[in-house]
Design a protein around this ligand. Structure first.
Ligand code: FE2
Ligand code: FE2
Length: 207
């Protein structure tokens, strides 16, 4: 059964567990730079699709992961197309991809050496983290923008990314001990809160 929109909103507050809520100034800034925010969003969706493809390639022996991520690739690519259509409908341009400071900072936190399981877990939690923050940002837009059409537009993304966040956590718990996942997720949340605190509040990017 599909969760009701009401329960999704409550879930986002309680389940995502983000340590630092988005600065309320961000939504207003984003509203003023619609072309930039849409462009950035379009590339975020592309990157999400690419990351799912590389997880499938890297972990092709894990059948559940392959089966669950295959449709997410299609979904993320569908998101890219939706955002692209929105850009073009408004007579705006896709523009260039920017350097992604947020994602690069998160990447630093992922385990590079050590056990195979540890590296695998961090790759899933890295994805879950980006989904969780994106979901929170889309929630801000879906509640804070003045334009009703855009509020609905972003609500759809918010709901999707909430599902993806859960999927990555579920996948982690399928292959790795739940207690280990929970402990490491908490470390990711703390780290991400620090990253957010140090990032400039800019309306031309999703993160
Ligand atoms: Fe997406
Ligand atoms: Fe996603």
């Amino acid at each position: 059964m599909e969760p009701s929109t009401e329960s999704i909103s409550t879930d986002i507050k309680t389940i995502l567990g983000l340590k630092l809520p988005t600065d309320p100034r961000w939504t207003k800034l984003a509203e003023k730079s619609l072309q930039d925010i849409l462009t950035d969003h379009a590339y975020c969706e592309q990157k999400a699709a690419i990351s799912c493809i590389s997880l499938i390639q890297r972990y092709s022996c894990k059948q559940k992961l392959v089966n669950e991520l295959a449709p997410i690739v299609t979904e993320e690519w569908g998101h890219f197309r939706l955002v692209l259509a929105e850009i073009q409908k408004r007579g705006l341009e896709l523009g260039n991809q920017r350097k992604d400071d947020y994602v690069n900072a998160l990447r630093q936190f992922g385990q590079k050496g050590g056990s195979e399981d540890g590296r695998f877990l961090d790759q899933l939690l890295f994805m879950a983290m980006i989904e969780a923050r994106s979901c929170e940002r889309f929630k801000q837009l879906s509640e804070g923008l003045t334009n009703e059409y855009l509020r609905k537009f972003y609500r759809r993304f918010m709901e999707s990314e909430a599902g993806h966040y859960r999927l990555f956590i579920d996948l982690a718990e399928t292959y790795i001990d739940k207690e280990k996942v929970r402990k490491r997720w908490y470390e990711w949340l703390i780290y991400e809160g620090e990253v957010m605190k140090n990032l400039e509040v800019r309306g031309d990017r999703i993160h």
